[in-house]
Design a protein around this ligand. Structure first.
Ligand code: ATP
Length: 567
């Protein structure tokens, strides 16, 4: 975990600056400028109010009724003009934060969904809960960045405006103030800084882990209910909550000390300016109202120069969020692929046919070699079936063919992605209509309803459309359809897509033999070449070659006609 250090500022800038240089920059800068102008207005009003507070107090002290009412009327007039300035400031600031959030969210989403980052991220344990980073951390980042930037600008304005007032009343107060705030800031940064940022970083992570455990529980509700596993699940969810709870306890304990300091520091200022200025008032050198004005100005200048002290808690939470976002954006920018390229990758070339040349495949963490020096050519019409014991690397080889796994050496030549379609063992059902299930992943392709209905018949689902309410019906398909029905639906995608190569990873495992053979027969009649992983001898005849993996990296290739299934 990174904490506060001299690179923090660089990490912050790396995330923050692109928005201010990109296509939306004019809008962004205009809103920022408007926010600053409104702040300027606010400061001006605050000085005028402070002046009038002194004025009507002096009028009261002098029992001068007319002077009092003139001042009060002036105050009321000021109020009417000032209110819109104060209120619209928040509107403008939050509008800017919202636009910034949208821009940053789209940018990260684009990167997260491209180059299969969403898939590879799973292997990086240090980048936990990307969903939280996109949904929440960006929001906090944009809101808080603006918040801190503007309170900093506001503080500077306040400092300039009220220092002048204070200087004109008492120079001793100004000297004392600078000394007092400097001591306070040093104590806060060095006394609480590291610890609070570390605790906040952990808190974000533990909250996300807790939420994720609940989401997982909901997603796997049926399996858990069948296992009666709720007691164990509950224990896990509670454990994650306990982790968040414990960390939070430490956090609020540290905050207690921080608050003790902050309040001591702040409350002392109620009496300090009066003590310093009292001799001048008592000697008649200053009016009573000027003392009240000085106290107000003192408070304003103090809050301006102790802005870090006052906002330290929020600042430490913000810093923790910057670190989380930074590791994520760095990963998405591709900085983490250096390890893979240093340890060797399988080269990938594009061609019309699929072949492998001396491919050695390792697990993504380079800990195990699954296949050694595999050379194979899968010519059109010459399908391949991959067999071997469980865990021997069959699915891993398919992942390598898809380019998902590339740890190792050698070369794989593969056609363009649109010419290959992969069907995993657990079919993927997207959120949407029955039509979109069939067309996935090319939803925009125009296909007549009649063709889609006949496709359903070909995969032995003739009643499905009528049963679910038509092609445009929307359901939670994973729950509504049996696994076997989902597998048939996924097969329909292959028939519709007509890819050059279809890669099937036990894609018919939930089907009876008759249905399985029927589906394979359909594919055989198309132009598609099959690469299958399967355990049933019945599908051997739909392939020309067999690749047997033995589990220790060795392999054996043989014509299907002569191959004997073990067992
Ligand atoms: N992400 C991963 N990181 C490291 N090792 C992995 C990963 N995924 C799988 N493995 C390991 O790689 C080996 C091969 O897994 P693979 O899924 O390819 O086996 P398989 O032959 O398809 O098995 P099955 O027939 O049971 O589906 C297994 O020992 C597995 O534990």
């Amino acid at each position: 975990m990174k904490t506060v250090d001299r690179h923090l500022w660089q990490r912050f800038l790396a995330i923050a600056t692109p928005y201010w240089r990109h296509e939306e920059k004019w809008k962004a800068w205009s809103l920022l400028l408007l926010s600053i102008l409104l702040l300027l207005g606010q400061t001006r009003f605050a000085v005028l109010f402070n002046e009038q507070t002194g004025e009507f107090t002096s009028a009261l002290a002098a029992r001068d009724e007319e002077r009092f009412w003139v001042s009060i009327k002036y105050c009321l007039g000021l109020l009417i003009v000032a209110i819109p300035f104060f209120a619209s400031y928040y509107f403008v600031r939050d509008t800017l934060a919202l636009h910034w959030r949208r821009w940053l969210t789209y940018r990260l989403l684009d990167k997260y969904f491209s180059h299969r980052h969403f898939y590879e991220l799973n292997a990086h344990a240090e980048i936990d809960n990307p969903d939280q980073r996109i949904a929440e951390d960006i929001n906090t980042f944009t809101q808080r960045s603006l918040y801190f930037l503007l309170i900093l600008i506001g503080s500077i304005l306040q400092l300039v405006a009220f220092s002048a007032v204070l200087w004109s009343i008492s120079r001793e107060l100004v000297y004392f103030l600078v000394f007092y705030a400097a001591i306070g800031t040093v104590i806060i940064i060095f006394g609480f800084g590291r610890r609070l940022i570390g605790l906040n970083f952990q808190q974000l992570r533990r909250e996300a882990d807790f939420r994720f455990s609940l989401v997982r529980f909901r997603e796997n509700a049926e399996a858990i209910a069948l296992y009666h596993g709720e007691a164990q699940e509950l224990q896990q969810v509670r454990q994650r909550f306990t982790n968040a709870f414990r960390n939070f306890k430490q956090l609020i304990r540290t905050q207690l000390f921080l608050n003790l300091f902050q309040y001591g520091f702040g409350l002392l200022t109620i009496v300090l300016p009066s003590i310093i200025i009292a001799p001048q008032v008592l000697s008649g050198e200053l009016e009573v109202g000027r003392a009240v004005q000085a106290a107000g100005a003192f408070a304003a200048v103090l809050s301006a120069i102790s802005v870090i002290i006052e906002n330290f808690e929020a600042l430490s939470r913000f810093t923790a969020g910057v670190d989380r976002l930074n590791t994520f954006t760095q990963y998405l920018a591709g900085e983490s692929t250096s390890r893979a390229s240093a340890l060797g990758v399988i080269e990938s070339v594009e061609g019309s046919q699929l072949w492998l040349e001396r491919v050695t495949l390792q697990t993504p963490n380079y800990e195990r070699t699954l296949i050694k020096e595999l050379s194979l050519h899968i010519k059109p019409g010459q399908g391949l079936i991959i067999v071997g014991q469980s865990g021997s690397g069959k699915s891993s080889l398919l992942r390598a063919l898809a380019g998902l796994w590339y740890a190792g050496s050698g070369t794989i030549c593969r056609p363009l992605p649109q010419d290959m379609l992969f069907l995993p063992q657990q079919p993927y059902m997207l959120l949407g209509t029955l039509r979109s299930q069939l067309l996935y992943p090319n939803e925009d392709r125009p296909v007549h309803d009649a063709d889609l209905l006949s496709l359903l018949e070909r995969v032995n689902l003739p009643e499905l459309a009528a049963r679910v309410g038509g092609l445009d019906a929307i359901h939670d398909w994973e729950k509504l359809l049996s696994i076997g029905e989902q597998q048939r639906l996924a097969f329909a995608r292959v028939l519709l897509c007509k890819p050059r190569y279809a890669v099937l990873d036990e894609a018919t495992s939930a089907l009876d033999i008759a249905n399985e053979e029927h589906l394979y027969q359909q594919l055989l009649n198309s132009e598609t070449t099959l690469i299958s992983v399967g355990h049933r001898p019945g599908i051997l005849k739909y392939h020309a070659q067999v690749l047997e993996l033995t589990g220790n990296g060795e392999w054996r290739a043989e014509p299907a006609a002569t191959y004997q299934f073990a067992g």
